[in-house]
Design a protein around this ligand. Structure first.
Ligand SMILES: C[S@@+](CC[C@H](N)C(=O)[O-])C[C@H]1O[C@@H](n2cnc3c(N)ncnc32)[C@H](O)[C@@H]1O
Length: 241
């Protein structure tokens, strides 16, 4: 696993118990889009069809996988994450929603999925890509998707004002906000480590192509009120045959 993801595991282990009570406010504050809308956009972009085998990558406490289970007639739904403490919360959320039997939780990394080639029809993910080595993860997503299978990614977008030292300082300032809000040094370090895995639209287009995807669209939603913060990026693609 990459150092970025190792730091993420340490960070999310530290905040797992409080994650569900803070994530919506954090996403809206730092990315400018309601968290529920981020999940809905990812789900819509994935266009899950009846019987589809679906993989939620970096599921955390399971929000997106549970939205798939509750809102579609997908077949097998697998939700993967390397942070056990987040998966424990996901397990509880699934039980509470009476969806535990529909979602298989799996502890593992997107950078080396424990799944066979072409074993999913849909891969989707929300707010997790930047905690991984994105190129490696895209390569693995392409490997486990069947040819023609769909990819939907919602993630933090890169602000064009983040350049060189200015960008790093901005990210550091956001990390300090984060530290005050979460009181977790581990998650603050993890967020700081993601700086080079937050990409602009043109980078996504290139990386998708390199990994063997045909892009169906990379849409950026800049922060509506803070021109220095990140926004949200929505990526839609399918695996070329
Ligand atoms: C901000 S949370 C997002 C969780 C959830 N998808 C959501 O929308 O609330 C990021 C998640 O990425 C996970 N993560 C970090 N490295 C990963 C990796 N290599 N593979 C898969 N997930 C990873 C973390 O453990 C964490 O649960």
């Amino acid at each position: 696993m990459s150092d970025i993801s190792k730091q993420a595991v340490a960070g999310f282990t530290d905040v797992a118990a409080s994650y569900d009570s803070t994530i919506a406010a954090e996403v809206e504050k730092y990315c400018g889009m309601p968290y529920a809308e981020v999940l809905r956009r990812a789900l819509d972009a994935a266009a899950v069809a009846p019987g589809d085998r679906v993989l939620d990558v970096g599921t955390g406490t399971g929000a997106l996988a549970l939205a798939v289970a509750g809102g579609t007639s997908a077949g097998r739904i697998v939700a993967i994450d390397p942070t056990r403490a987040m998966l424990e919360q996901a397990q509880q959320n699934a039980a509470r929603a009476n969806l535990a039997e529909r979602v298989s939780l799996c502890c593992g990394s997107a950078e080396a999925f424990p799944f066979r080639d072409s074993s999913f029809d849909v891969v989707l993910t929300s707010m997790a890509m930047h905690h991984t080595d994105v190129r490696r993860t895209l390569g693995e997503m392409a490997r486990v998707l069947r040819p023609g299978g769909r990819l939907a990614i919602a993630d933090v977008s890169r602000n064009p004002r983040w350049k060189g030292l200015v960008g790093l300082l901005l990210r550091a300032a956001m990390a300090i906000y984060h530290l005050i809000a979460t009181r977790s040094l581990a998650i603050t370090r993890a967020e700081l480590a993601t700086y080079h895995q937050i990409f602009a639209k043109a980078d996504w287009e290139t990386m998708l192509k390199e990994a063997g995807f045909q892009s169906l669209g990379v849409t950026e939603f800049p922060h509506p009120t803070n021109s220095w913060f990140s926004g949200v990026v929505l990526v839609q693609a399918y695996r070329q045959g």
